[in-house]
Write a protein that binds this ligand. Structure first.
Ligand code: NAD
Ligand code: GLY
Length: 383
């Protein structure tokens, strides 16, 4: 089990969605109580623990042990790690495992992993026998602050991210921040992009906290880590409660994702990982907002500085405008053929705007000229 420090008091955040409401429990050491938590939720019979090979090495045995001790029959379903697993093929693998193990309508799936595992498991739970229960046990920072909450589940299509899926809320989200200790540093930093996102879209004071405490956060200090996980979950829970199916308000959670998803998809899910792509997306969507007159340069500078302070990438990779625009058009945020983008007015407040191709091209070309100029200046200075 993860190197668990002293246990902390439990935080509970409620996601209010009427009959589909649930709680997010956050506590160091919570993993060892998962069996009791499932019993409390009245889960019965079989539990399919969906995880990936990396996580299996750390947590599958102890989680299986506590589930068995609570009386459950455990069926482990171990998938290869990484975004390239998030396909219909993985769903098929999970379906085969559930059919072979004779899962019933009363059985439960438990997603033990990052956002990839959570998204796959939630979708599998939505479609197996027209729907069985599932719980989220997120282990990456992206999953603890974002993907495990809100019920967006699904897989990628070769032509676009998350194009196949369902809204399916978990019965509960169990967050044990101690699991973050085994997260590889690159994945940890990637998760900070989604944390920064909450500051920009909704909470100026949280953004300022991140500006002040990025040092301790990067050192994984317990207090700041607990705070960023809790505050992120609170904001996400609130937004999702107001607009479960992304009719309007929930769209703000996509800040950084219009460009970010396009970059992930253009890289064939082999280049920038999700949080890194979102980081670059936030910097350039803020710059696009400035270009379109929605915010001033100070917003762009602060977003870029915080992204860089977290150690996240902040430079647009070498893509052409046509490739980027085409990839942006494959996004779920396209409506009636129009690409929509979340842009900040200031830190803590955003709006959703349609993007015109010509305007976006003008901005993109200006960025390329500016950045080529910067590179020339840097080269001259280094001579
Ligand atoms: P991931 O699930 O691929 O996990 C990242 C890597 O870290 C994997 O190799 C995994 O094995 C490893 N890992 C995870 N937790 C670990 C731990 N505690 N110890 C050691 N290794 C660990 O990716 P992610 O960054 O967690 O999530 C990204 C995915 O989430 C993307 O597919 C993205 O589209 C999705 N997402 C979904 C939502 C949503 O609302 N559903 C929101 C944000 C992101
Ligand atoms: N991560 C975007 C959303 O949950 O809506």
């Amino acid at each position: 089990m993860a190197p668990s420090k002293a246990e902390t008091p439990q935080e509970t955040i409620h996601v209010e969605l009427g009959a589909r409401s649930y709680d997010i429990l956050i506590r160091r050491g919570l993993l060892k109580d998962i069996g009791a938590e499932l019993t409390r939720l009245r889960c019965a019979g079989k539990v399919g623990v969906v995880t990936d090979r990396n996580l299996a090495g750390h947590y599958l045995k102890p989680v299986t042990r506590v589930l068995k001790a609570a009386g459950y029959t455990v069926v482990p379903i171990v998938l290869p790690p990484g975004e390239r697993t998030k396909t219909l093929r993985a769903i098929s693998t999970v379906m085969d495992a559930l059919v072979n193990a004779r899962f019933e309508r009363s059985s439960t799936l438990l997603a033990l992993g990052g956002g990839v595992i959570g998204d796959i498991t939630g979708f599998a739970a939505a479609i197996y026998q027209r729907g069985i229960s599932f719980v989220q046990v997120p282990t990456s920072l992206v999953a603890q602050v974002d993907s495990s909450v809100g019920g967006k589940t699904g897989v990628d299509h070769p032509k676009g991210k998350n194009l196949i899926g369902a809204f399916n809320q978990p019965r509960a989200v169990f967050i044990d921040p101690a699991t973050l200790r085994t997260l590889p540093p690159r994945e940890w930093v990637a998760g900070l992009a989604e944390v920064i996102k909450y500051g920009v879209i909704e909470d100026q004071a949280f953004f300022e906290y991140l500006e002040q405490y990025m040092g301790p956060i990067l050192k994984l200090d317990d207090g700041p880590v607990a705070h960023i996980v809790k505050r992120s979950c609170e904001i996400k829970a609130q937004v999702v409660s107001e607009d479960e199916r992304e009719a309007d308000r929930r769209r703000i959670l996509n800040f950084g994702h219009t460009i970010g998803h396009a970059l992930e998809s253009l890289g064939g899910y082999r280049g920038l990982i999700h949080g890194e792509a979102v980081a670059v997306g936030m910097v350039y969507e803020a710059d696009l907002a400035r270009h379109l007159g929605h915010c001033d340069q100070d917003v762009v500078t602060r977003v870029r500085s915080l992204v860089e302070a977290a150690g996240l990438p902040a430079r647009l990779p070498n893509v052409t405008f046509s490739a980027l625009w085409n990839a942006m058009q494959q996004d779920k945020k396209v409506s009636a053929g129009t690409v929509y983008c979340v842009v900040p007015d200031r830190i803590g407040s955003v709006r959703v705007v349609p993007l015109a191709k010509a305007q976006t091209r003008t901005w993109f070309e200006a960025v390329r000229v500016r950045e080529a100029g910067l590179r020339t200046v840097k080269k001259k200075r280094s001579r």
